[in-house]
Design a protein around this ligand. Structure first.
Ligand code: SF4
Length: 404
């Protein structure tokens, strides 16, 4: 049978969307239609505006699948400060470098291993370089690996605890259950996400293209519950949608945020009901509250944010690397100059700039030789854009569908 032109085109559209959305191609098409219709009802009042994703994995989904190309012109999807490696000040990496050169075993995640420090210590500009120069730096997948290894050798050791609420519950459990051997200390650099989301959107509120909706992190919300975002939605007056990581999840979240805007609502919605509840993991929250104290913390590229970090509480201070080794906290003046010359990570982590607007992007700064922190981790916006560009699968499919 010979197909007519329209039939062929229709078949190609479905096949194309199937490549990205698998069994949800029809739903995806419908959602893209809703997004377009909702946006048309908003554009006269709002003009161009942004929806911000906070989690590096959401940015990965959006970029890998080219979801930006499915959005109406004037609706911009931007990434926020949702990569803990990107926002850890290099001051603390320098502290870890010093410990490494003093003979302390330093345990770190694989991405932190490559995180550039602004100032060199004994010739090393990262933990990877320190290892090459003789420091004992060991990559682990989590604190359990560090505990097992530190027990086996008995040398003085420090675990660099970088991450958001998701990792905090594991650290808290290790502290409360007394799992850390005497020779292993935890350097808690855990950051709390809601204060950063508030600060970021407020900074951008003065911009021409402000953030009008938030795609909230799914992993973090399994611990905190969706309730953690209520103060954000209330104070900013914009919708917050807790979302899963499939491309269809992200489209649903965008449609939900726009629907709320059309209805003049600013609620917290849970799209990711298969993993997230309103209350979250109450046991984990209790443990975090017991093992840690909440502090004003420094976010690389953003500055100090109130109640945005966790340090070990007094009850478990014998496990605290800050106390054991007298590690100083970052000085406020250093926070302002904590990025390499030319690097635009300060603007990128708040969604003000795109990686492609950085003059170093894919020239001097590449995933294999990162200059700034956003090019290091798989969750860093620059690293994600470098790997996938804007040329994801849906980008090409959108051309087929005349959605661009
Ligand atoms: S491309 Fe590199 S130098 Fe430029 S903003 Fe990103 S991480 Fe910084």
């Amino acid at each position: 049978m010979v197909m007519g032109k329209e039939e062929k085109s229709g078949t190609r559209q479905i096949e194309g969307l199937e490549r990205v959305f698998r069994n949800n191609a029809e739903l995806a098409k419908m959602l893209v239609g809703y997004i377009g219709k909702f946006y048309n009802r908003l554009k006269n009042d709002f003009g161009t505006f942004k929806i911000m994703d906070f989690c590096g994995t959401h940015e990965w989904t959006i970029t890998h699948y080219g979801l930006r190309s499915l959005m109406p012109e004037g609706l911009e999807l931007v990434a926020g400060p949702g990569c803990p490696v990107c926002v850890t000040p290099s001051h603390y990496i320098q502290s870890a470098l010093k410990l490494g050169f003093e003979g302390v075993v330093v345990y770190t995640y694989g991405d932190v291993f490559r995180l550039p420090s602004l100032k060199r210590v004994n010739g090393a500009g990262s933990l990877a370089e320190a290892k090459a120069l003789g420091a004992d730096v060991r990559i682990v997948t989590g604190i359990a690996d560090a505990i097992a290894d530190a027990r086996s050798h008995g040398k003085d050791a420090v675990f660099l605890g970088i991450g958001f609420e998701t990792v905090a519950s594991g650290y808290a459990q290790a502290l409360i259950r007394g799992l850390l051997p005497d020779n292993l200390k935890l350097m808690s650099l855990v950051k709390l996400t809601p204060p950063a989301m508030l600060a970021t959107v407020e900074i951008l509120a003065k911009e021409r293209s402000a953030v009008k909706g938030i795609i909230a992190p799914g992993h973090v919300s399994t611990i905190t519950g969706a309730k953690a975002w209520k103060p954000v939605a209330d104070r900013l007056g914009i919708p917050v949608v807790v979302t899963g990581f499939e491309p269809i999840d992200v489209l649903i979240a965008i449609a939900e945020a726009l629907k709320q805007l059309v209805r003049n609502e600013a609620k917290v919605s849970i799209e990711y009901t298969r993993a997230v509840s309103w209350e979250g993991d109450l046991k984990a929250q209790e443990m975090i509250a017991e093992a840690f104290r909440v502090v004003e913390d420094a976010w690389r590229g953003i500055g100090f944010l109130p109640e945005s970090g966790l340090r070990i509480s007094e009850s478990y201070s014998s496990c605290d690397a800050f106390r054991e080794y007298g590690i100083p906290e970052i000085a406020p003046e250093y926070c302002q100059e904590d990025l390499p010359k030319g690097c635009k990570c300060a603007e990128i982590v708040i969604g003000k700039e795109k990686p492609t607007n950085c003059p170093l992007f894919m020239k001097k700064c590449r995933p294999s030789s990162p200059v700034g922190p956003c090019m290091v981790s798989l969750e860093g916006t620059c690293a994600i854009w470098a790997r996938f560009g804007a040329d994801g699968l849906a980008d090409r499919i959108a051309e087929d569908l005349d959605l661009r």
